[in-house]
Design a protein around this ligand. Structure first.
Ligand code: DGT
Ligand code: CA
Ligand code: CA
Ligand code: ZN
Length: 570
């Protein structure tokens, strides 16, 4: 038990009291208490024992009583009561600029939302403007505030975080005092961006592990150091949280620090309903105080009557109910993927030849690929003239025959500003497959961009829309587009939308990918590889797609080639 954790709990209690409309003096007392506890010179436990905490100014009788209880039971009574009434996540609403306690309460009471993400969805679905006293203007500014909050929170794309995580993991694992090292948190859940690295180590020599961790060459600054944990800022700009656990604690710790927080909250409820207390170290029988030995996450789920839930699903989006009912989605894996439908070669801005890309793809186990280099307007990416495109098509046919490996001759055709395509129809008709993408004119209005995409979808020779929203994580926002309308058009026209697996993109995002699943629009998980090694992006693309609950049947490039060709009318 540490000061920081106590301080967070007091802070959360203050927020929930505010939302509940409690006496402002009481709220203030808890807020002050949180600050004081965070800044104590020694552990609050020691100061409680030797009576110094009682003498500390700002810690009144009521607060002291709460802290005493917490020291004994590990939970804060006042907070437990508040959480009965208002779910934990609602306190987060107060961090949105412009949202006060009253408004937060209304969102929860009237919309039933308990996380910022759900609130955002509700606002996008135009439900906020219908609330009494609020309107369209509030709704718009709410959405902008949530967006700003996210930007300010400074998240890092996995393109940076994952290689760093792998380095840290392998360095720590090489230590003799380390049994295992696992990266938990949002990175394990395959989020598109992460706030920090959550590093879990099993060891019985925590001091030694911490010493090495804070001295890693990637570390810029140490921001916290305790007996079993440490926090750092990495030179790459993101933070790192290390926890050292014992082997007995590992399974519960892994589950807890994998999160998400919303998932954990529901799991704790489920445990409670069954007479257990679940925390980051153990599952305990609440009555007897006896710990249930938990050897793995599967054990933990099983003890609570749940099927194993993949980390990617742990967002409290219905996965716990599905695990109770045995209706979790079939796990999509990279073995289901039969081919990759978007990659580049030296014909435009790629680094490898047609044959090299095909060899590498076949070595990975693909049954077919499509080569889709850039079209002529995209000069900066060495887009192909008509003549060069035709020459490439001939080369593809020949390589395919020599290798006895299906290579579709395609193109990544620019969607021009008015929604028309970059080549004449009779040329496109000669290709096996056409991916159409937007690479310019992002500054258009939403209705223009939407119409542009829809026009491309309605084009008879277009089969797939590439990276449909144009986002570049950490660099560029998605362009504004009405994805409901785009997905509806894809459905009408029997077209495929891409999940571009380049780690800066993950575009479609998980929300839109899930909409495609619901609407019956197939997606293709494509790497957009510009060199052979990048064909490996398919692995994280598949993992990301699991966040949208996609099953093999939803993904067009898990289908045999004949089925794919039949779907696109070839
Ligand atoms: P991030 O870092 O924002 O990309 O997302 P996470 O999920 O990695 O969040 P982080 O690093 O703050 O915390 C790691 C996990 O620890 C989180 O997924 C769940 C757990 N956790 C952290 N704080 C709390 C909490 O206040 N309550 C509960 N139930 N779990 C928490
Ligand atoms: Ca994290
Ligand atoms: Ca963390
Ligand atoms: Zn591309």
């Amino acid at each position: 038990m540490d000061n920081l954790r106590l301080s967070w709990l007091l802070e959360e209690a203050a927020a929930l009291m505010e939302i509940k409309g409690e006496n402002p003096f009481k709220v203030r007392a808890f807020q002050n208490g949180a600050r004081i506890v965070a800044g104590l010179p020694r552990s609050f436990q020691e100061m409680l024992d030797d009576g110094e905490l009682a003498q500390t100014s700002g810690i009144g009788k009521g607060l002291l009583g709460q802290i005493k209880d917490y020291a004994q039971s590990g939970s804060l009574n006042a907070l437990d009561e508040l959480r009965q009434e208002i779910p934990e996540g609602v306190a987060e609403f107060l961090h949105i600029p412009g949202v006060g306690p009253k408004m937060a309460r209304t969102f929860y009471d009237k919309l039933g939302v308990t996380t910022v993400a759900d609130l955002e969805d509700a606002a996008r679905a135009r439900k906020v403007r219908e609330l009494k006293g609020l309107g369209g203007k509030t709704e718009m500014s709410l959405l902008r505030s949530i967006e700003r909050m996210r930007q300010r929170s400074g998240r890092t794309s996995t393109a940076i975080a994952r290689p760093l995580a792998n380095e840290v993991k392998s360095l720590l694992e090489s230590l003799s005092c380390v049994e295992t090292c696992t990266i938990a948190g949002s990175l394990r859940r395959q989020s598109a961006t992460v706030k920090d690295l959550d590093v879990l180590v099993v060891s019985d020599q925590p001091e030694q592990v911490i010493e090495v961790f804070v001295a890693l060459p990637y570390v810029q600054e140490i921001t916290g150091q305790g007996s079993t944990k440490a926090s750092v800022v990495f030179k790459a700009g993101l933070n790192g949280d290390l926890r050292v656990l014992t082997a007995e604690q590992f399974a519960c710790g892994l589950h807890y620090f994998t999160g998400s927080k919303a998932h954990n909250i529901r799991m704790r409820q489920i445990a409670k309903e069954q007479g257990y207390t679940l925390n980051e170290y153990s599952l305990t029988n609440t009555q007897t105080g006896q710990e249930t030995p938990i050897g793995s996450e599967s054990d933990l789920f099983r003890c609570l009557g749940l099927a194993y839930i993949e980390p990617e699903l742990r967002e409290d989006r219905g996965e716990i109910e599905a695990a109770q009912q045995g209706t979790l989605p079939q796990r999509l894996t990279v073995e289901h993927i039969q081919g990759d439908l978007h990659m580049h070669t030296v014909y435009s801005d790629g680094a490898n030849t047609v044959a090299e890309m095909a060899e590498a793809a076949r070595a990975m186990g693909h049954k077919y690929i499509a080569i889709c280099d850039h079209s002529r307007s995209l000069k900066i990416a060495n887009g192909m003239s008509v003549e060069r495109l035709l020459r490439q098509r001939d080369e593809i046919r020949q390589v395919s025959k020599e290798m006895n490996f299906p290579i579709l001759s395609g193109v990544e055709c620019d969607i021009l500003a008015d929604g028309s395509l970059d080549y004449e129809d009779d040329l496109l008709a000669q290709l096996d497959i056409v991916v159409a993408s937007i690479h310019s004119g992002f500054q258009q209005e939403e209705h223009q961009l939407t119409q542009r995409l829809i026009r491309a979808i309605e084009h008879p020779y277009v089969h797939i829309i590439g990276h449909p929203t144009g986002r570049m994580l950490g660099q560029r926002e998605p362009y504004p587009v009405d994805m409901d309308a785009v997905i509806a058009a894809a459905k009408r026209q029997k077209k495929i939308l891409e999940i571009n697996a380049t780690p800066e993109r993950f575009d479609l995002n998980e929300t839109y990918a899930a909409m495609c699943r619901e609407q019956g629009v197939p997606v293709a998980i494509n790497t957009d590889a510009h060199r052979t090694e990048q064909l490996r992006y398919v692995e994280s693309g598949v993992a990301y797609a699991r966040r949208a609950w996609l099953e093999p049947k939803h993904v067009a490039n898990t289908w045999p080639l004949e089925d794919l060709l039949a779907y696109i009318g070839k």
